[in-house]
Every structure is written in C-alpha cells, then in structure tokens.
Write a new protein. Sequence first.
Length: 132
Amino acid sequence: MTGRGRPSKLTDDLITEAEKYVAGGYMENAEVIPTIEGLAVKLSVARSSIYKWRDESEQFSDILEGLMAKQAKNLFNSGLTGDFNSTITKLILTKHGYSDKLEQDHTSSDGSLKPTRIILEGVTTASDITDT
C-alpha cells in the first residue's frame, strides 16, 4: 500500500484554473485583490482543500505564493495611493507578517544607559528648618 487516505482531488485542470485566477482571473468577478477565499470559490472547493493542496504539491504551493505576492503588491500600491481603505489594508498586511507594533528598549546593550542619580548639595530640606 503506497498511500493512506483518500487520493487528492487536485487535478491538472484545477492547477490551470488556479494559475489563471492569480494571473488576473480574480478581476473577472470584480475582486480587487486575489484571495485564498476567492480562489476556493473559483475552484468550487473548501479553503481547507487549498491549504491541503499547498502542503501536498510544490506546484500548487508556488501558485499560492504568487497569489500572496500579488496580493501584497496590490495592497502596498493601492494603500499608498489612497485607493484602498488604510485600516483594511493594514489588517490584511498582518497576514503577510507586517505590523505597526513599536517596541522600545530603555536599556543599552553595553550597560552605559543607567539611571542617573542627582544629589543636591547645600539645599535645605523641610526637616532642617526648625520653628523659632
């Protein structure tokens, strides 16, 4: 027995349709950017099948990488020109590993940024004043 489970339903025809979708076929259905959801609808399969095929087929994995690259490119260009809603653009770009998180390190790697201690000399404090 060579394999387990059901055989894959990924066919050469589905691969061709996926390539057409990424190459611009997504625009035929008035989609603004290519998406995995749009590809699943185009191929009449569940999103889980798309992810399964990505793991099973190097060719299909490359198609999905192309989809994600085109998606990111469209988001960047249309986000920068103001054609896309900035909030939605930012949200989708998080799926590409981008974020607007800002981290600040208040220490230095060499230890040179230590808290400064200020000592005031010759200053009278409230406890030094006595009632006469």
